[in-house]
Design a protein around this ligand. Structure first.
Ligand code: ZN
Length: 52
């Protein structure tokens, strides 16, 4: 499972509704709307990422 960065939902990597690549990382989304939102402003959503 992967986390949808936009809405926080868990997304099945095998059947995501949307996938985006950004800076070499792959992100999965629960809906085309979330993918579109991420694509529009990826930095905004990546700022919410927990520090590793
Ligand atoms: Zn979503």
């Amino acid at each position: 499972m992967a986390k949808d960065r936009v809405c926080g939902m868990q997304v099945d990597k095998k059947s995501p509704a949307g996938v985006s690549e950004y800076k070499g990382e792959t992100y999965y989304f629960c809906s085309p709307g979330c993918k579109k939102e991420f694509d529009r402003n990826p930095q905004k959503y990546l700022q919410n990422e927990d520090k590793k």
